[in-house]
Design a protein around this ligand. Sequence first.
Ligand SMILES: Nc1ncnc2c1ncn2[C@@H]1O[C@H](COP(=O)(O)OP(=O)(O)OP(=O)(O)O)[C@@H](O)[C@H]1O
Length: 310
Amino acid sequence: MRTPPPAGGAPAVHLDQVVKEFRGATGPVRAVDGIDLTIGSGEIVAFLGPNGAGKTTSLDMVLGLTTPTSGTISVHGHAPRRAVAAGRVSAVLQTGGLLRDLTVRETVTMIASTFADHAGVETVIDRAGLTSLAGRKVSKCSGGEQQRLRFALALLPDPDLLILDEPTAGMDVTARRDFWETMRAEAATGRTVVFATHYLEEADSFAQRIVMVAGGKVVADGTTEEIRAQATGRRVSANFSPDTRPTALAHLETLEIVHAIRPEGDRLHLRATDSDAVARAVLDLGGTDLLVTSGSLDDAFTSLTQGATR
Ligand SMILES: Nc1ncnc2c1ncn2[C@@H]1O[C@H](COP(=O)(O)OP(=O)(O)OP(=O)(O)O)[C@@H](O)[C@H]1O
């Protein structure tokens, strides 16, 4: 069993007003536009955003692969490159050279030989679920199996922080589910896991916290439930009889906490921030069959990322 970093130490990841600009054909491209973010030790965080949101650029900076144009980043209190050199952080990236003619075990053994101290070849093969494939050539492994191999390599330094950039891209549903099960076991040992994804379900089912990025900025940060509520508000609906309906509609339209009203047959659908207060008003106005729901995560994603494009 690994020893997690002491509680109460520096955060696993800290970004302070981080900006990254690239030189584009028609002028500078601001890939990351002032991100402030703190991720505590042991958190499982999804970086969720559409194409070009700035996810990969942010993670690359956390890994010290590129440096911010302005702002600062620390990983467990150190500069990213120092944290990587000390084996405190490692990554599973979308691509990355694997030698096709080596077997899975030979690949892990070769990379292990570059570490003064490592978690053990057979241990990481086992943790990545590759024991039965250890003798297979990399060229004969599927895309999902190669991602598992990259994951085994990332475990070699026994890192406190694992960064995964779209680790399940190209995997089918079963491979994806198996991969996340393995990852859950890793997180349970106290590792911090930060992953980038396009998949809402993946962020929803695996992460405790979602940092939604769009246009190089953080547009929402919280639990899935908080993001849903923040972006879509609550939905309140109820039936009204023909007698009560006109008065109810007129009154509800005057309430500031009601953002939108959509009539449908006998029913009124309302969007509101304070659903408790609206629900009380609806009942006072004679509404029946009251229903309070939150919008879907899909709605939240669309509404938060719209308008945030570069
Ligand atoms: N080296 C580069 N030179 C110029 N522009 C770049 C470079 N790297 C990234 N960009 C631009 O920066 C923006 C953010 O890219 P980034 O790869 O970080 O997004 P992403 O959220 O990871 O997207 P995806 O989900 O498609 O991988 C994009 O507009 C991209 O074209």
